[in-house]
Write a protein that binds this ligand. Structure first.
Ligand SMILES: CC(C)(COP(=O)(O)OP(=O)(O)OC[C@H]1O[C@@H](n2cnc3c(N)ncnc32)[C@H](O)[C@@H]1OP(=O)(O)O)[C@@H](O)C(=O)NCCC(=O)NCCS
Length: 189
């Protein structure tokens, strides 16, 4: 179980909730898919970020589920990627059940996801999403399109937060799933 930082954005609104954040688990798969279907609908499979993850899927050790009163009510996934040669993390989807919206759960999950990301060799966390929402967690638009995506993206929705100073300025090249955590990959022969 991951304890919530009281300085996390929205933590003040969580004070009275029976809310826990835990690492993702295969046991949560059906409940998470149900949540994704509810908030994103069938169009989620056509999203460009979904295409990046492809069959490889997300990295469970960096992905989180949130429970309130024993029910899965929110989830965030993260996936190891490379952008060009840079190890990075693709964050998403982030989903909060509509019944629990506006209580700070989304921002709490984002803060915990970034805490996990900082334990890895990834140099930046990237996502495709609404800039005003993610700005609260430190994400900024890249400004111009330097990442090669496997489908259409709105450049204004490509956001990143750097884990290593200057990394965002160096984000360029095709994005592809990294099969192993950055740093654990076998050298090329
Ligand atoms: C977007 C989402 C993750 C927000 O989760 P949440 O737990 O309701 O958000 P929080 O409680 O942490 O934050 C609420 C604040 O964010 C704002 N907000 C919510 N969605 C926003 C958006 N798309 N753009 C800008 N601000 C947004 C709210 O107005 C609220 O503002 P306030 O604090 O000034 O009242 C959730 O509504 C959701 O799952 N939506 C559908 C899926 C989605 O769009 N996911 C993100 C893209 S991958």
């Amino acid at each position: 179980m991951i304890s919530l930082s009281t300085t996390a954005p929205g933590a003040d609104r969580l004070a009275n909730a029976a809310f826990t954040i835990v690492a993702d688990s295969p046991a949560f798969h059906i409940a998470t898919e149900d949540l994704h279907a509810l908030v994103f609908g069938p169009g989620r499979f056509a999203r460009t970020a979904y295409r990046v993850r492809g069959r490889q899927g997300h990295e469970r050790s960096l992905s989180l589920a949130a429970f309130a009163d024993g029910r899965l009510i929110a989830s965030v996934w993260q996936t190891y990627v490379h952008v060009g040669a840079m190890p990075a993390i693709l964050l998403g989807p982030l989903a909060v059940h509509p019944d629990f919206a506006g209580k700070g759960y989304g921002q709490a999950l984002l803060a915990s996801a970034l805490t996990s990301a900082r334990t890895t060799p990834a140099e930046a966390v990237i996502l495709i999403g609404d800039a005003p929402y993610y700005a609260r967690a430190g994400f900024r638009p890249l400004g111009h399109q330097r990442i090669g995506w496997p489908g259409p993206v709105d450049p204004a929705r490509v956001l990143a937060v750097e884990l290593v100073s200057g990394a965002v300025d160096r984000l360029a090249g095709p994005i592809r799933v990294a099969l192993l955590p950055p740093g654990d990959e076998a050298p090329d022969h």
